[in-house]
Ligand binder design. Structure first.
Ligand code: DQA
Length: 140
């Protein structure tokens, strides 16, 4: 299986960004664990992060035609604002799992709504980085 992991804005700061909410692991720590799990299972996995909405959309559009079976996406703040990312995901025909490190429903009201959830096949929130690893279990 071919998997795209997409991390949205500010997730490059993990480890130092509000660790009480997002944990002490860096994005590299998280991605390395995903690469390890993929290697064990023989999955072809790519992890990408961008602070730019258009770059996330370009990556989703590429996934439409390059054989990607699963997109695991943490759209970060774009979760709550981006119709454009929702539209891009609606144009993609594979599986989509939405992941949030924190439980967005426990937090400020403006984080309770997700545009991406209208498209996601599954949503995992509040389990920290374990959420990404659990999302991969949809492949096995
Ligand atoms: C987040 C939650 C979002 O509300 C926030 O803007 C983020 C990270 C999470 O993983 O918990 O940047 O998606």
């Amino acid at each position: 299986s071919k998997v795209l992991i997409l991390h949205g804005p500010n997730l490059n700061l993990l480890g130092t960004r509000q660790p009480e909410i997002y944990g002490h692991e860096t994005l590299d720590d998280i991605n390395n664990r995903l690469y390890e799990k993929a290697a064990i299972n023989g999955w072809d996995i790519a992890c990408r992060q961008s602070n730019h909405e258009g770059e996330l959309i370009d990556a989703i559009q590429t996934a439409r035609t390059d054989g990607t079976d699963l997109i695991v996406i943490n759209p970060a703040a774009y979760t709550h604002t981006s119709v454009a990312i929702l539209d891009a995901l609606n144009a993609y025909e594979g599986q989509v799992i939405e992941v949030h490190l924190s439980n967005i429903h426990k937090r400020e009201a403006f984080r309770h709504h997700s545009y991406v959830s209208r498209r996601a096949d599954g949503v995992i929130a509040g389990l920290g980085s374990r959420g990404y690893l659990l999302a991969l279990d949809t492949l096995s």
